[in-house]
Ligand binder design. Structure first.
Ligand code: F6P
Length: 555
């Protein structure tokens, strides 16, 4: 039997604590101003208010005791020291090195990796500058003003999140003037039509982003776009088209070369960067530098590095990723809440939830401990989210009166795009933030039948209009959304995932669960090919899949 953390007496005591906290309404807890003041942490103007969690300071003491029992600090140190904590793949988890400043050092297997990180960043700075200024041109002499980044999962979601987050940043949007960046992830051919709409092949650069350079979707999309370039660029040699219009980001440089891309057009990274943690490598840095200019990427990396330093150096009790992680464990393992909503009150974070969904669920959606024994408890949470206020007009009904879903409200003091109409009582940003401040209280306090009676609500509507309240949330208030704070936000959520994994005693850095479906798709692909080319009968599938495949092929 595995020596999992639930065997520790402190786990039992937290289970008892949870029983008490379930009976203690947040309405009562929020009356205690000392408690509220105690449940706030701040780093560089980023405020984390967790007073709307079902905890009292004593609960936090117990959670920190659990953290000691789980060896949280030692595991964080091991991560920072470059130990191979991804034990099933025998790899270090070292994405922090991707944003370590020049001149610092981080040692992995006896070698300082920071110089090689910066060698690639320097190449990105140089290449993106040449493309943006027209020193690097297309095969027919045109400036490359459009970029299509092909990649999926971690080779897509992080870059897309940051791309969206910075679109309205003043400096980033100035840098993007006259430029287009599109992403091509899904293998659905519709996405090709959408990504290429209005693009001129002669002025388009294609980046193939794939850590392994084997992912089926990415490779088919890459072959499709290579053909699109070759078909649509006339009067140029194929070799020139490929050399000038296709570059790659990968750890598998020989495979990229096999595809036809010369080694000097491949931007490398390393197996110690997990796909979902790779946005700070060339995976994100290259497309973002091409779109916004390299200085924006540098700011983003600086912000991520700042949060890394906070994570590794701040005392655990004042440590934002640690606090988020412990509260995640509290809600999932003790309060019994298996999902979590990410609710940025910032449209620029429109793809934040999608990115964190992969970072979190691919990392912590596990069922065995590090040593491979089955876990006696569930871990991982179902992550979803949508920017406020859009979400309010969608799934908040369920959040207020249906299931209890711990919510994380993320807001900004100032807007990158301020609007205040004459005659309006508040600016548009204040209107947005009125909702940001109101929703957590609505969730926490709810509304009683007595209050409804006092308002004269007819009796037959009382239970319909009643809000039970006592629904936990936390608030993260940032000064503003900039490339720098976007980096901080990314690192904050990356590290909170690690904290939860460290607490649960799992390997958050492998992803064996995505393999089986890929293998079965290979079998279906072969069947579809033989059925279409030689009329081969459906063979080797269960009755349901056989029936569905027959239907699919019958047209
Ligand atoms: O879906 C599994 C996965 O391996 C992710 O972890 C990864 O981010 C994605 O596929 C893409 O992989 P690659 O960058 O190797 O194409």
């Amino acid at each position: 039997m595995s020596n999992t953390i639930d065997k520790n007496p402190i786990w039992k005591s937290l289970e008892t604590e949870a029983e008490t906290m379930k009976e203690t309404h947040l309405k009562a807890l929020l009356q205690d101003s000392d408690r509220c003041r105690a449940l706030v942490a701040e780093h560089e103007g980023i405020i984390l208010d967790y007073s709307r969690q079902n905890v009292v300071p004593g609960t936090m003491d117990k959670l920190f005791d659990l953290a000691s029992a789980a060896g949280l600090q030692q595991k964080m140190n091991a991560m920072k020291s470059g130990a191979h904590i991804n034990n099933t793949e025998d790899r270090a988890v070292f994405h922090i090195a991707l944003r370590a400043p020049k001149g610092t050092s981080l040692i992995l297997d006896g070698q300082d990796v920071v110089p090689e990180v910066h060698a690639v960043l320097d190449r990105i700075a140089d290449f993106s500058d040449r493309v943006r200024t027209g020193k690097w041109i297309g095969a027919t002499g045109k400036k490359l003003t459009s970029v299509v980044a092909i990649g999926i999962g971690g080779s897509f979601l992080g870059p897309e999140f940051v791309f969206e987050a910075l679109r309205t940043d003043k400096d980033a949007s100035a840098g993007a003037s006259g430029r287009t960046l599109r992403f091509l992830a899904n293998v659905d051919p519709v996405v090709i039509a959408r990504a290429l709409q209005g693009l001129d092949a002669e002025s388009t650069l294609v980046i193939i982003v794939s850590k392994t350079f084997t992912t089926a979707e990415t490779m088919l999309n890459a072959r499709t776009l290579k053909k699109w370039l070759l078909d649509n660029i006339k009067n140029a040699a194929s070799a020139d088209i490929i050399r000038q219009h296709i570059v790659a980001v990968s750890t598998a440089i020989p495979k990229a070369v096999e595809f036809g891309i010369s080694a000097e057009n491949v931007f490398g990274f390393w197996d110690w960067v997990g796909g979902r943690y790779s946005v700070c490598s060339a995976v994100g840095a290259l497309p973002l530098a091409l779109q916004y200019g390299f200085p924006i990427v540098q700011e983003f990396l600086k912000g991520a590095n700042n949060m890394d330093n906070h994570f590794f150096n701040a005392p655990l009790r004042a440590n934002l990723p640690v606090l988020l992680g412990l509260l995640g464990v509290w809600n999932a393992s003790f309060m019994g809440y298996n999902s979590r909503a990410l609710l940025p009150y910032a449209q620029a974070l429109v793809r934040f939830a999608a990115h964190i969904q992969q970072v979190d669920m691919e990392s912590n959606g596990k069922r065995v401990a590090n040593d491979g024994t089955y876990l006696p408890y569930e871990c991982g949470e179902i992550i979803f989210g949508e920017p406020g206020t859009n979400g309010q007009h969608s799934f908040y009904q369920l959040v207020h009166q249906g299931r209890v879903i711990p919510a994380e409200f993320i807001g900004f003091v100032s807007s990158p795009n301020p609007v205040h109409l004459d005659g309006e009582v508040v600016s548009n940003h204040d209107e947005l933030m009125s909702n940001f401040f109101a929703q957590p209280d609505a969730l926490a306090y709810g509304k009683t039948i007595d209050e409804l009676k006092a308002e004269g609500v007819p009796a037959h509507l009382h239970t319909h209009k009643e809000f039970p309240g006592n629904r936990p949330s936390l608030t993260l208030l940032f000064p503003e959304l900039t490339p720098y704070s976007c980096g901080q936000l990314l690192s904050l959520y990356e590290h909170r995932v690690a904290v939860q994994g460290f607490m649960w005693g799992i390997n958050s850095f492998d992803q064996w669960g995505v393999e089986l479906g890929k293998v079965l798709a290979n079998k279906v692909r072969t069947q579809l090919s033989t059925a279409r080319t030689s009329g081969a009968a459906i063979n080797g599938f269960n009755p349901s899949t056989t029936f569905l495949l027959q239907k699919y092929l019958s047209k």
